[in-house]
Design a protein around this ligand. Structure first.
Ligand SMILES: Cc1cc2nc3c(=O)[nH]c(=O)nc-3n(C[C@H](O)[C@H](O)[C@H](O)COP(=O)(O)OP(=O)(O)OC[C@H]3O[C@@H](n4cnc5c(N)ncnc54)[C@H](O)[C@@H]3O)c2cc1C
Length: 397
């Protein structure tokens, strides 16, 4: 027999759980379908930046293993280091299994039905309803929120235009003695220069370090070597217990639309990760809430919902990603520009990005003096300093 809901949310990450929470709170019959057994592991640094914490509608303080009020940016190739401090946490360290499950539990408490080990295999729209085929049978809903992550099966089945840039990232959970863990206590560390077009990070958790590396150039091959070098740099090379994980991060949004018929795309499925840092939880939460709000305000009317969600994404998320992309290109694809800018403006740039992470400013508030901008944008300068990525990004900004 077909089970019927007003809204089916596919995926129980922060995007899906937040959408379900908002809908359930408004009394909308909603179900979350999650293919994994819950709580599920997610390959992720588990760093929840202040911007994400501020957007989060539920209290998750008890799953925070460590608050980092300090961020350290090291430019290894230039021998430069910049440290920023804030009175509120810049990044709060969590394990994603607990963080995501906490939000989902709040959604369930508010009235959402949760189906775990329920893999969606197909979706199809028929007039005013959607059929969702799962490994456990078919379900029906008026709308589907596709929160099924970077490899979104729902988007693929719907034949939605992509255009996202998916970059590879590795994340290792490394057990080290407490005395060495203490050295990073309260500090989120970021290292640029270990590989030409990306960065590495070290996040202290309660009993281990979460270490990662990502490449903006869409090449995965060099990452393992970069990670081996990073482990040595952090004096973790001899650690016996290392859990190795890898996945992709979408650092450029889909071409759109973000709503197709009765399907709304949110989070990584839409491609809403931050192009500068690869941080994806802030806009996963934001887009999940916006999608839910569009469904509520649009009273499940197809045109109203589409207009509301498309409008709110265009107003809030897309301009941020566009401005972030500009900064990311300067940071990662033009090493000579970076070498010129950081000795002069490194602390200011670090403070600015810290403010964005902490949720105190937005990328669109960051301004460059006209002279600096002219110098950065001078075509001769960029032409001479450009690092050519394996597959150049065709920037639509
Ligand atoms: C190595 C790495 C490190 C990262 N570190 C950070 C970090 O420190 N901070 C940060 O903010 N971001 C980080 N990110 C990015 C962040 O993990 C994502 O942007 C974020 O998880 C997106 O949330 P989401 O809800 O859209 O998708 P997800 O969290 O990926 O959730 C998608 C869910 O959908 C489920 N699903 C998928 N397909 C189906 C299906 N067919 N049927 C049912 N369920 C399905 C999955 O099992 C999953 O639970 C990192 C990413 C990587 C790869």
């Amino acid at each position: 027999m077909t089970t019927i809901y007003d809204v089916i949310v596919v995926g129980s990450g922060p995007a899906g759980a937040c959408a379900a929470w908002r809908l359930a709170k408004a009394g909308v019959p909603v179900a979350v379908l999650e293919k994994a057994p819950l709580p599920r592991y997610k390959t992720c640094g588990g760093g929840i930046v202040g911007r994400a914490m501020q957007t989060l509608p539920v209290d998750v303080r008890h799953v925070v293993e460590q608050d980092c009020h300090t961020a350290q940016l090291n430019l290894l190739d230039a021998g430069l280091s910049f440290t920023t401090h804030r009175s509120t946490p810049i990044v709060s360290m969590t394990m994603r299994s607990r963080f995501d499950f906490d939000i989902l539990s709040a959604a369930q408490f508010a009235g959402a039905a949760v189906h775990e080990r329920c893999a969606v295999e197909n979706v199809s729209c028929h007039g005013d309803f959607v059929t969702v085929v799962t490994n456990g049978g078919a379900m029906r809903s008026k709308f589907v929120v596709a929160a099924d992550g970077a490899l979104s099966m729902v988007a693929r089945k719907m034949g939605l235009a992509d255009g996202r840039v998916l970059i590879p990232a590795l994340e290792y959970e490394v057990t080290i003695p407490p005395c060495r863990l203490d050295r990073l206590h309260g500090t989120a560390r970021f290292d640029v220069g270990l590989l030409p077009d990306g960065y590495a990070w070290a996040f202290p958790k309660q009993q281990h370090l979460s270490i990662g590396v990502l490449s903006m150039a869409q090449r995965g091959n060099d990452l393992k070597q970069a990670m081996a070098r990073y482990l040595d740099l952090l004096d973790c090379g001899s650690s016996t217990q290392i859990e190795r994980h890898g996945f992709v991060i979408p650092i450029r949004p889909r071409r759109g639309p973000f709503v197709e018929k009765r399907i709304l795309l949110v989070g990584d499925a839409a491609g809403f990760a931050d192009p500068v840092t690869g941080e994806g939880i802030s806009f996963a939460i934001r887009s999940g809430l916006l999608a839910a709000q569009a469904l509520i305000d649009g009273q499940l009317d197809e045109d109203s919902v589409r207009n509301a969600y498309t409008g709110s994404v265009a107003e809030t998320i897309l301009p941020e990603l566009q401005r972030g992309r500009f900064l990311a290109r300067l940071l990662y694809h033009f090493p000579r520009t970076r070498s010129w800018a950081f000795p002069r403006h490194g602390q200011r740039l670090s403070e600015a990005v810290t403010d964005v992470m902490a949720g105190k400013r937005q990328y669109r508030d960051l301004t460059f003096k006209p002279r600096t901008l002219l110098r950065l944008l001078s075509s001769k300068w960029l032409r001479n300093s450009a690092y050519r990525p394996a597959r150049p990004h065709d920037d639509r900004a």
